[in-house]
Design a protein around this ligand. Structure first.
Ligand code: MN
Length: 236
């Protein structure tokens, strides 16, 4: 069985969500052969050199899980798009591209964070483009850690106030973008997060869209095997 999670929005704090994540990881090796984290594992990421003790503990927990035989995969979210090779090797997690396709028992499963499908949010897509080029990234990563932290906090509060002024439907995925992508790539199942609107939707042609939930008062995982699939939530 495969497990898919996203949008945990962990902060470098020992809080209920961090604890829920550790508890979840304890069960993973008994249930899943692979765990896919589809972005926004962290609320923000200022660079792989962030040596907060909680981040160290999270990396060690993932590494230990991989030593139990679980394959770990990660797709960048909009909050943690700066996660790099150092984090990946210390956690023994493999970074995949957004919209990567895996084959599992004859099914084509596409994995995405989901923000790329929010094509109606023009301001957001513009901002994304501005911050995802190597010159922005390099100049950010060269700044001292405390400066990066204050920039990240500033970006978080600006994103919060921007989101509160936008109509709800603008921040959802565009249905045509989703359907075109499924059709053009002959996808059986598309799994994404980001919108915090958990659901399983079956389309006319039998293809399925799974939207993962964000971990707030509940945690969410999508479980998939050829015999059974379920979008499961549990109390945090
Ligand atoms: Mn997101």
């Amino acid at each position: 069985m495969l497990g898919f999670i996203s949008d945990l929005h962990l902060e470098p704090l020992d809080n209920d969500r961090t604890q829920a994540f550790y508890n979840f990881l304890e069960e993973v090796s008994q249930k899943y052969e692979s765990l896919y984290i589809l972005g926004d594992l962290f609320e923000y990421w200022i660079g792989d050199d962030d040596d907060s003790s909680v981040i160290l503990q999270i990396k060690q927990s993932l590494y230990r899980l991989s030593q139990k035989g679980v394959s770990l995969f990660f797709i960048h979210g909009n909050r943690d798009f700066l996660i790099g090779d150092k984090f990946a090797s210390e956690s023994n997690i493999k970074i995949l591209d957004d919209m990567d396709v895996i084959n599992f028992y004859g099914k084509k499963i596409m994995l995405s964070h989901g923000d790329a499908f929010c094509t109606d949010d023009v301001d957001y897509q513009k901002f994304k483009l501005e911050t995802r080029n190597s010159s922005w990234i390099n100049s950010f990563l060269q700044k001292p850690l405390d400066e990066r932290l204050s920039i990240a906090n500033d970006m978080r509060s600006r994103s919060k106030s921007a989101s509160s002024n936008k109509p709800e439907n603008i921040m959802d995925t565009n249905s045509k973008a989703i359907l075109d992508c499924i059709k053009n790539n002959e996808i059986d199942i598309l799994i994404h997060g980001h919108t915090h609107r958990p659901e399983i939707k079956t389309f006319e042609d039998g293809s399925i869209k799974v939207v993962l939930g964000s971990w707030e008062d509940k945690g969410w995982v999508f479980e998939y095997s050829p015999e059974h699939f379920e979008l499961r939530s549990f109390v945090i």
